[in-house]
Design a protein around this ligand. Structure first.
Ligand code: PMV
Length: 341
């Protein structure tokens, strides 16, 4: 048995979906296509250390220096699923240490960035050990690996605009991995800002996993699948044409639909807070008065993502600071933006 150990350190960003992935089938495949952009500042950093050995794989996990027992089963499932890609995961000792660059429990979806960074770090270990079973171009494989950790994570291994899931609009799109669509996006969408209004910190009452599950027998399931397919095609067109108005309409329809689906699940639930609605109303009113391109979206939580082109930052900043920051938990606002290589 070798006493040599192998190390890797890497990071991956979070992403924000405009067309939402909501509902899954099979092993972490989406019931509908989704489109997102990858962020610049909200990252998960992961360091992995691996010691080969004969005993079945042993995993130790630390998040920001502390053990997180509830995350271990997820990692166990991930490593089982990744054995087909990374043979070293069959045995030995694995230590995974992750931390986020964004504030602790700020309510930012961290499963995408954390699973993407873990997949990246594990692939880096396999590369040091033996590359004979790895493809020459492993970008697709990396996205697929991240998906097996958390669906939306497959969009976090790719920069900029990403499409995940089969759609009539793009024959090469897949349910297994994300696809870069940067080549088909108008320049005016390449500097989008994502200002995150942290309406409530801390963990959510209902997890995304349960939310996905509730879609399986949801009364509006078929309608939702049709809506997401239609919005994917329409969003691809808006992105290509540089049509912010069409973009904003789809963006808001998707956010409100996502929360509508939660409310109409059985049992129904709400993840918005009163301040989320207050912020939405202020944003819409501001847009009506100022006639500027700005829109918003929400993930499966109460926080608002305010989306606008960089050229609008001067107008947006005073509005955010004066009218939106006071609605936030501990007055927390995170200024992030798209990352494109
Ligand atoms: O990847 P998951 O299982 O955490 O699901 C994410 C679902 C949403 O964030 C609500 C939408 C999306 O497409 O990212």
């Amino acid at each position: 048995i070798s006493t040599q150990s192998y190390q890797s350190a890497t990071s991956a960003p979070s992403n924000i979906a405009i067309v939402k992935y909501w509902g899954k089938k099979g092993i972490q495949e989406p019931v509908n296509p989704s489109i997102s952009f990858t962020l610049s500042k909200a990252l998960t950093k992961t360091a992995v250390s691996y010691q080969p050995g004969d005993a079945p794989l042993n995993i130790e996990f630390l998040f920001e220096g502390l053990t997180k027992p509830d995350f271990l089963p997820k990692l166990q499932t991930l490593s089982d699923r990744l054995k087909a890609f990374l043979p070293f995961l069959n045995s030995g000792r694995l230590k995974i240490e992750s931390s986020n660059t964004f504030p602790h429990s700020s309510g930012i979806a961290s499963s995408a960035s954390s699973m993407a960074s873990i997949a990246k770090a594990l692939l880096a270990i396999q590369k040091q050990l033996d590359t004979s079973q790895l493809p020459d171009d492993y970008r697709q494989m990396l996205s697929e690996m991240a998906r097996l950790g958390s669906g939306s994570a497959c969009r976090s291994t790719i920069s900029g605009w990403v499409l995940w899931g089969e759609t009539l609009a793009l024959p090469e799109a897949s349910n297994k991995y994300g696809l870069s669509i940067n080549q088909q996006v108008h320049d005016s969408f390449n500097d989008l800002q994502d200002t995150i209004l942290v309406i409530r910190k801390g963990s959510k009452a209902v997890s995304s996993s349960l939310g996905h599950e509730l879609m399986t027998h949801h009364p509006y399931r078929q309608g939702r699948i049709e809506q997401a397919n239609k919005n994917t095609i329409a969003l691809l067109k808006a992105l290509k044409d540089g049509d912010f108005k069409a973009f904003a309409q789809i963006c808001e329809e998707e956010a409100l639909s996502l929360h509508g689906l939660m409310m109409s699940s059985s049992p129904g639930y709400t993840l918005m807070a009163p301040e989320s609605l207050r912020a939405i109303k202020r944003i819409v009113k501001f847009r009506e008065h100022q006639h500027i391109p700005v829109t918003y979206t929400l993930d499966a939580g109460p926080n608002i993502h305010l989306i606008y082109p960089k050229s609008q930052s001067k107008v947006m900043l005073p509005f955010i600071e004066e009218h939106l920051r006071p609605l936030c938990d501990n007055q927390e606002v995170i200024y992030d933006e798209i990352s494109i290589d």
